[in-house]
Each structure stands twice: as C-alpha cells, then as structure tokens.
Design a protein around this ligand. Sequence first.
Ligand code: FUL
Length: 500
Amino acid sequence: MKITDVFKFKNMRFNRIKILRAITLVFLISINLTGCSQQNINPPAPLYPIPTDYQLAWHQMEMNVFVHFTINTFTGKEWGFGDESTMLFNPDQTNVKQWTKVFKDAGFKGVILTCKHHDGFCLWPSKYTEHSIKNSAYKNGKGDIVKEMSVACKEKDLKFGVYVSPWDRNNLDYGKPAYIEYYRNQLKELITNYGPFFEIWFDGANGGDGYYGGSREKRKIDGATYYKWPETIKMVQQLLPKTIFFSDAGPGVRWVGNEAGSAGETNWHTINSDSIYAGKSGIEHLLNTGSADGDKWIPAESDVSIRPGWFYHKEEDSLVKTAQQLFEIYLNTVGRGSTLLLNIPPDRRGLIHENDVQSLIGFRKLLDIEFKFDLATNASIKASTFRGNSKLYAPENVLDNNSETYWASNDNETTAIIEITLKQASIIKYILLQEYIKLGQRVKSFKVETMVNQRWQTLVEGTTIGYKRILKCKPIETNKIKVSIIDAKACPLISNISLY
Ligand code: FUL
C-alpha cells in the first residue's frame, strides 16, 4: 500500500465516523429526553357532542350560589299565592355586600338571584307590573335588589345570573298568549338594565292554582308548548349570546333530577334533547344520569338548599346543613362532574343568617384541609400506551397542573393503564380524575388500584369521569396507584389525576 493510499483509507474511515455521528445526532433529535417521538401526530378527533366555550367556562365554575328572596321570606311560605301585599317586603337591614363576602369567602364563583318567584313579585321595579319592589316598604319603594346584587357581584368578581319564574301566580294573563309577551318583556328589561348574565334559570314548576289578577282559579298549561321556549331563547340569545339556559331540557344545562344535592354516579354531560322539556314529569332518573348516546351537550346542575326550604324561615335556623353535610354534597355533585348550585337565602333583616355563615366557613375549612396538597405532585408516571408515543399526549401531562394538556391513547385503543409512583408512601383518601372534555366525554368505566404488599388491590371503581370525578376511598398508605380505563366511547383523554 502506498503512503497516499493509507491517507485515503484513513480519510474514508474519518468520513464514515462523521456520517455515523450525524445519523446518531438526527436520531437523538428525533426523540426527546423522555424517549417520546417528536413526529407530528394527529390530535384525537372530537367526539361529538362537545361543549361550547361558555359551557366549558360554566363547568369550571364548579360552585355557584342560589339566592331565594321574596315576599315568602316575610310570610313563611315556599310558594306565594300571588295575592300577598307588596308592602310585606321590608328587609330593613339589607346589606348585599355581606352576602357576596360570605359567598366569595366560601369559594363560590357565581350567584343566581330569584328576581321573580312563582308569586310574581319582582325584586326590581319592573315597568310591566305593579307587583314589585317599587310598591314595597323596602327603601320606601326606591329599592332595587337586582341592581344592588348586580353591582355587588361585580365588585367581588362573582358572575351574576337570574331566576325568572315562568309560572306567575299573580299575573292576570297567565295561561294565555299575552303572558308570554309579558314574560319576554321582563326578560328584556332585566337583560338591558342588569345584564349580562352568565346563566338564566327557567323553572319548570307549575302547581296550577293562583291569584291570577283576582280570578283565584286553577290554570294548567301544556309545559311542552305554552311557553314557546325556542323563540324566547332565540330572543335572549340575540341579546346575550353566551348565556347558559337552565331548564330540565337545557339547552345550556339541565336539572339534575332532584333537589338533594346528588348527581348520578354515572353522569353523562350528554342527553337526547328531543325527549325532554321543562316541567316534564317522570324523567328524573334520565336527568340524573344523562345518556351515553345523547345528541346534545347539556350537563347537569345540582340545586340544593342549605336549609330545608328554599326561602328563609326562622323555625329552620337550627336545621341549617352542617359543614360536613355540605362537604358530602360537594363530593356528590362537583365530585360527580356536576356543578353545585347551593341555595343560601337571606333572612328577614336582609342578611345571611349567622348559622348559615358558620356552616359555610366550616365547609370552606373542610375543603381546604381535605384537598390541601396534591400527593401526585412530583410523582413519576407511566402508561401502557400513549398516542403515537408523542410527548404531546404523554402520561406526564396528567400531573402538570395544566388543564390544556392531556394524556391520550391511540385511536383504536379504548382500554389503558396509567401507573403513578409517589416519591414516598402517603395516606390517600381521595382520587380526583378529569377528562379533557373539550373533545367530548369518553370514559364509560374505570377502576383505581393500589399496591399493598406487592399486590394490586382495587380501591374504587366507577363508570363516568367527565369534567371531574372525586372518589373517596378508605384511607390507605401506599406509594403506587394504578388507574385502568376499562371501557370508553373512543380513545380516552385524561387531563388530570390528583391524589389527596
Ligand atoms: C322549584 C321551585 O318550585 C322551588 O320553589 C325552588 O325555586 C326550586 C329551585 O325550584 O321548581
């Protein structure tokens, strides 16, 4: 071999090493540090129906307050007949700032005020009726509770919504087409003077009899057709495009089917809307669970009162739900993917009663103690699969405290296992799971296991997860948790797992 050949050979070897290095570099770049592929993986397709932006914002509110306040507060009734003297309404120490402080301190995000209950009395000086606050003793007829509340909510950064009872036992025209005009005028009046509202409550109740401008008779309406809801909703939507409409049938959110603060353990945010309407009886179970094959996104709202009645009654002062009872309600509503609408009625002074305040302070304390520290923070996590091995869908996303990121499986996979290993063994009492519902609700069945003496033991089992699921378990010390998705409508997307 000539000396020049030796150099050529050496150069060839050198070039080969360079090429090899370059290939290795490209390979290393193509995988990230956690071993995930960086390739462009298609995101999961939405599984319709999916929530609108404002329904999503409503889910995220989680806890709102209902405020029932009217002449009933002064007569001791729950359903006023409609013939009560307007002068009876006189909450002479009213301080709505006390209400909003109590609500805000307890962690509520929005307030829905009964501007008009079934007795027809209006808490604002409506120009369409004399049966209102303008003819009451309150501030000599110069008061306006709806105004006061809309201002106080804004000051405390609470969203404001209204309840306007369709059933009106005072109005002469109730049951006739003219009343629908009256009702719509009142809605417009409220929206123009006090809007925007995050939610409007259309109550389906109708007990028949009433004062009705003096006729004192029974008036039954056909709940499916009388109110002409589609047109009323269209009218409101033109003025307030982002308002959530509550009724048994939505279209924004649905009634949960009971007033006990109990959402379905199986709770689909979807339901078939053509089979339901506000006030339809016999559909309570359906409303409670929703349906997996529902064609509309109409999630459940759980309305329940802190007291036995919706309105304040002195004899119920000792019957205010305790902090522990409120906490259980929280687990059975928010913990089952529903929004809690807790009624906290002002008393005859126009203040939230001391007993209610004490319960709410205790409730807040319990929430803060029980959910103080997420034990899954800094844990390590792995999954049996993740979408295209892409970092975008890696299991780490469920621990990153970011509701916009999520773990996902591949399209054809509807079962999967996620395993979390804590830095050190800790006592676990609650498991919190959240689906990435922006792309639809998917999980039909899951279980959570824990490692005890080197063996997996089932801790809890469930059906739906949805926006949020909190499962209480027997306190157990462990450093390993396994979440198995057993069945799903399409590839599951989990945005959060927390352990407390
Ligand atoms: C029901 C009404 O009849 C009650 O009085 C209360 O307002 C509750 C929230 O809805 O349908």
